[in-house]
Unconditional design. Sequence first.
Length: 95
Amino acid sequence: MNICIVTKFDCSYEEFTAMLAEVGDDVRRCTSAWEVTKLNDNTAVGLLNVTDMEGLQNVMSSPKVQEWNAANNAVADVYSLEKNLLIPATSWSPI
């Protein structure tokens, strides 16, 4: 399942990525691919192909992550993504 996670936080993006580095091995065990990018100084967007949703939920709800979220006022909105087969790729163009 492909998901998008938009995370907002009060710390710097660098502090956010440091936390990701701490849980990265756990996330890799639950995904076949994942990327996180900086939207702005206090927001990151992650795209993940999740192979073990229960495992990812365990990572995101772990005491370590929950404590970090509380300390940094972090909130993550998770969106499910699916390929739209109704729109041919050649007919789509960015706005």
